[in-house]
Design a protein around this ligand. Sequence first.
Ligand SMILES: O=P(O)(O)OC[C@H]1O[C@H](O[C@H]2O[C@H](CO)[C@@H](O)[C@H](O)[C@H]2O)[C@H](O)[C@@H](O)[C@@H]1O
Length: 369
Amino acid sequence: MTNHNALISDAKGSIGVAVRVPNQSLFSPGGGRYISIPRKKLVQKLEADPSQTRIHTWIEAMRASSPTRTRPGNISPLPESDEEDEYSSWMAQHPSALTMFEEIAEASKGKQIVMFLDYDGTLSPIVENPDRAYMSEEMREAVKGVARYFPTAIVTGRCRDKVRRFVKLPGLYYAGSHGMDIKGPSKRNKHNKNNKGVLFQAANEFLPMIDKVSKCLVEKMRDIEGANVENNKFCVSVHYRCVDQKDWGLVAEHVTSILSEYPKLRLTQGRKVLEIRPTIKWDKGKALEFLLESLGFANSNDVLPIYIGDDRTDEDAFKVLRNKGQGFGILVSKIPKETSATYSLQEPSEVGEFLQRLVEWKQMSLRGR
Ligand SMILES: O=P(O)(O)OC[C@H]1O[C@H](O[C@H]2O[C@H](CO)[C@@H](O)[C@H](O)[C@H]2O)[C@H](O)[C@@H](O)[C@@H]1O
């Protein structure tokens, strides 16, 4: 995930904090919300205490994050008909992958489909407790079916071992910590007893640092009710979904103050979560490219990668596909969002349905041979 929030300045001499607002009209310039602060006031603030501005930026970003039907901050609600219009135009640009199933199937003719699946919000519904984000048995069956016919990878911000325990399926590629930790199916056989299928770890030297920061965050968050720190091995998640909004500032303050001591770490944001990760140039998009290459499809026209995800971190993968002009990104979202994905699905149950249809279609085409 990239951090799209930035301090920007306009011609009128105001400095603003540009914050992406999922529910914001996509047809406004930049697709983001612009919170305007008079330049003089902000410069005074910056000079007085730059760290305060940094915290403020993050609090605004936290408020703006996570899709809701209500428009955030002081933006007045859209009349229902405008909201419907906005939704229809968005759907016209990002049609449902279920409606477009035949086109997707047609595009895969003569090509190998490779399936990339995000976990939270894609295979499992978003829930309050991250340790209880289980996927349904139906979804497990659908993923299992897909993996029977197509190379399949789970690409997640979670720790790889943890997501493996949730998914509980062998034979898949698991890319944890936003793709920084990738493991393929075990290739152990009688000739090669030691190959455990580890493919790639992008940020090994960061492990001690991440561990230290994680412990430090646990200490700091102890007194904030509802805050939850999740060590994802190569990155750390600070969840504020269950924190009272009045305490979000405190969460941002602790996180930014700890991070100021670690210039090699950066802060990004997901769905009611702040994520601390190494500053290396590696993301879900790079993981997708790495996996395609590992599967022998680098620079190949015989492959159709399909990536399904719901989060901003998944946009890196959607962009890779769009830039390559190959395959399809499918965004899981009920509301219009700025995205590089081609198609959309509303929620995990639709993802399950799409995967199931793909399996049935493959079985039918094998029978017809
Ligand atoms: O890349 P993903 O598989 O989408 O993982 C991103 C983060 O997902 C999890 O957090 C999100 O889901 C939780 C459970 O539904 C929810 O409580 C939380 O608010 C969401 O942000 C996971 O816990 C994080 O570690 C991942 O980075």
